[in-house]
Ligand binder design. Sequence first.
Ligand SMILES: Cc1cc2nc3c(=O)[nH]c(=O)nc-3n(C[C@H](O)[C@H](O)[C@H](O)COP(=O)(O)O)c2cc1C
Length: 268
Amino acid sequence: MGACMAVSTFSNSSAEDIMAASPHGLKWFQMYFMPNKVFTQHLIQKVERAGYKALVVTVDLPIVGKRYSDIRNKFQLPSHVTVPNLLALKDGSEQDSAKDGRNYGMGGSPQDPAFSWKDIDWLSSITKLPIILKGILTAEDAGIALDHPGVKGILVSNHGGRQLDGVPATIEALPEIVRAVGDKLEVYLDGGVRTGTDALKALALGARAVFLGRPVIWGLTFNGEEGVRQVMKILRDELDLAMALSGCCSLGDIQPTLVVREDAYSKL
Ligand SMILES: Cc1cc2nc3c(=O)[nH]c(=O)nc-3n(C[C@H](O)[C@H](O)[C@H](O)COP(=O)(O)O)c2cc1C
């Protein structure tokens, strides 16, 4: 579909198998800063070899949030579902990471909770891939990111609202982050993009691209690969329509003035 896919470390197919199944599309690799540096370095080398073009480092999960619906639903990965990216690297501590992977969402944390900005510098020192920080929600953090040369982009995300209740919606956080980084970093957004007009608003407020989380999974559940295709097509068609009806002939025509906040109107 010409879309970029950010493949999770915890995907149930290996990074290599995903690349083999889809050799042409742009693919980035999402990862956590895991406690074992040797393991982290192996994983990065593996995805570099496989042809991934950027590392999306998730920064909003030092520990896993309390996911009440997972608890209520007694969510557990079925036993045949594995985490091949972690299982493939054989050493005892890595097997522990794999176990964490299985528990991810049920309290196990894949990430070193002491992860900090200096670890971003360490990551940049061991890879030439651009680093995109996923989970930034404030101008302040975006400003700090500018001081870390390996960081080339920010994915404004609140983990789909799965980490902490009460954090802002990403569309609310986006403008201050775009202002803070100017044209020094590319800014993307995920979270709650459900229609083409959602995408249009994010683009208008300065996102270079939007990413989809759950809609892809819903498409997959509904009708496998074809379902995902349908979801993508609906969103593309809606964006196309919304652009046409708001007078935008190209992405470059989409301006911030398209978005007017509700509080700009009087409430009678
Ligand atoms: C089932 C599920 C698994 C997820 N796994 C990861 C993950 O492994 N790494 C990560 O950075 N984000 C993960 N996320 C968060 C998504 O990457 C993304 O930020 C979020 O789903 C976007 O919001 P949306 O679902 O409203 O589009 C996951 C989300 C869901 C729903």
